[in-house]
Design a protein around this ligand. Structure first.
Ligand SMILES: [Zn+2]
Length: 508
């Protein structure tokens, strides 16, 4: 595989009011799988963080009798813990209240003003505080917020604001979408945004003057919270303070988002960058929503079925990561339940993968004192030659499930080799050469699985690595490591505890 250019992926900068739910964990895990796969081929960075301004935060702070800064400081730790709790490794965490971010916002605003794209006007219209979004009268549904997930009352605002000439970028955005259909995936979101572009864009208010919890602008008012939050994707790379550093090395990157925020990320954000003369993101991928499976009984002790921390407590981070990436194509909605998690945990992970490791190492222990035999002409080798490239391509195209299907073909192949070749009979009949060939294939196949599964299940993949008697972690370059036969003969394996102990449903 040729080396890949520096890779950069972001989660949305999570709105700090509220608590992390399974959807946030899902996006962070997907970004982590991407970044870990990319790191196996070259430099890669992943960014997450919190969006801390806006009227909703100011209101919540007032209700809690805190200053807005005290309020966001009290919430930020919960969000910082989200990624590590699920073994997701980010290189940076941006808070939009940080000075480095505020400098970037003001610098971008200035560039857009120099381009003649920012002007003062009076904004009159309807505002949904919950979504921090202005809505034109015609879009309201029964006088309420048109977001189907919201439908809250809207308030009439009339204030002097800064406007961005978004309409000027209508045609360039149409050209972008038509010229690169992969700019926004999946297709359903692309079609939605194309419809908005074809209907025509109106100029867009990018400041607020009726409250002050935001990044202050020279001459009064604060930046609109969405305008501010989007800029974190480059402030998190040190723009504009250090344009030759991370920004030059990693921008433009890829954004993972929930489908409800596609308009901000694929229309407003690229237009802001075009205006400022900066490159637009390479790709935006809007994933689907996770719903709870209401027909299924949830364990009593677990409370909220959608609490990712409760799911992790029951199944472990790796099992939950695997489920989320395997259960549905990325981009589709799907439902989650403890029963579904339990099924995948016991079947895919316990029976298929866990037993493969346990059986293989137990036989090696019994027949060869746990020592890896000499490599011989492998039967598995030719079957896996294309596997690393295929898995990498699937992941880079956000086909996480398909990548896992390919990896599982190797799991199945190795399990079948045991069932068909019956090593216990080979041993009994003294067919040592065949037995060695099989045992080598199993150990080397497991080493490949450890490397390929590391992005999905970093700690379990590392356990496989250690049980094989290897040191360090499988966070290694695929080009060098996914070469059949690298596992040295004579390696002393080290069988350990079962990888995925069975989890039974709670007693009725
Ligand atoms: Zn709303």
């Amino acid at each position: 595989m040729p080396p890949q250019p520096a890779f950069y992926v972001t989660t949305p900068i999570y709105y700090i009011s509220g608590t992390p739910h399974i959807g946030h964990a899902y996006t962070s895990i997907a970004a982590d799988v991407l970044a870990r796969t990319a790191r196996a081929h070259g430099p890669a960075r992943a960014l997450t963080g919190t969006d801390e301004h806006g009227q909703k935060v100011a209101n919540a702070a007032a209700a809690a009798e805190m200053t807005p800064q005290q309020y966001v400081d009290s919430l930020a730790p919960t969000w910082r813990e989200l990624a590590p709790a699920f073994d997701a490794k980010f290189d940076d965490f941006v808070r939009t209240t940080e000075p480095r971010h505020q400098r970037a916002c003001l610098a971008l605003f200035e560039r857009m003003r120099e381009a003649g794209d920012v002007y003062e006007g009076v904004y009159e219209g309807w505002y949904c505080t919950h979504d921090e979004t202005f809505w034109p009268e015609a879009k309201l549904v029964d006088g309420r917020c048109p977001n189907p997930e919201c439908r809250r009352p809207v308030q009439w605002l009339s204030e002097k604001n800064w406007f961005f000439k978004l309409s000027k970028y209508n045609q360039p955005l149409l050209d972008l979408f038509r010229g690169d259909p992969d700019f926004l995936r999946p297709q359903s979101r692309y079609n939605e945004m194309m419809a908005i572009l074809e209907e025509g864009l109106e100029d867009f208010s990018i400041s607020r003057s009726s409250f002050d919890w935001g990044i202050p602008l020279p001459g009064g008012g604060v930046l609109y919270v969405w305008y501010d939050a989007l800029i974190s994707y480059i402030s998190g790379l040190g723009w504009p303070d250090d344009p030759d550093g991370l920004y030059a090395g990693f921008w433009p990157g890829m954004h993972l988002i929930g489908k409800e925020i596609a308009r901000f990320h694929t229309i407003i954000w690229p237009a802001m960058l075009m205006s400022a003369g900066l490159p637009i993101p390479k790709r935006v991928f809007a994933h689907g929503w996770i719903t709870s499976d209401s027909g299924t009984k949830i364990g009593k002790s677990l409370g909220n079925a959608m609490d990712p921390f409760a799911m992790k407590a029951e199944f472990g981070a790796d099992s939950l990561r695997y489920f989320l990436m395997r259960e549905a194509p990325f981009g589709s909605d799907f439902s989650i339940s403890m029963e579904k998690l339990r099924q995948r945990h016991n079947s895919d992970l316990g029976n298929d993968l866990g037993n493969l490791l346990r059986r293989s190492l137990a036989m090696l222990q019994q027949y060869r004192n746990g020592l890896v035999p000499q490599p011989t002409e492998g039967r598995v080798q030719e079957r896996v030659a294309d596997l690393p490239a295929l898995v990498n391509e699937h992941v880079m195209c956000l086909r996480f499930r398909e990548a896992l299907d390919e990896i599982w073909n190797l799991v199945t192949l190795l399990n079948r080799a045991i069932d068909e070749q019956k090593p216990w009979e080979l041993y009994k009949h003294g067919r040592g050469v065949e037995l060695d060939a099989l045992l080598y294939d199993l150990c080397e196949g497991l080493r490949w699985l450890s490397l390929l599964l590391f992005p999905y299940m970093p700690s379990k993949a590392t356990e496989i690595w250690h049980q094989l008697g290897l040191e360090g972690t499988p966070e290694l370059p695929w080009d060098e490591e996914l070469v059949w036969g690298r596992l040295a003969a004579g390696t002393q394996t080290n069988p350990g505890a079962p990888l995925f102990p069975r989890i039974d449903p709670p007693a009725a």
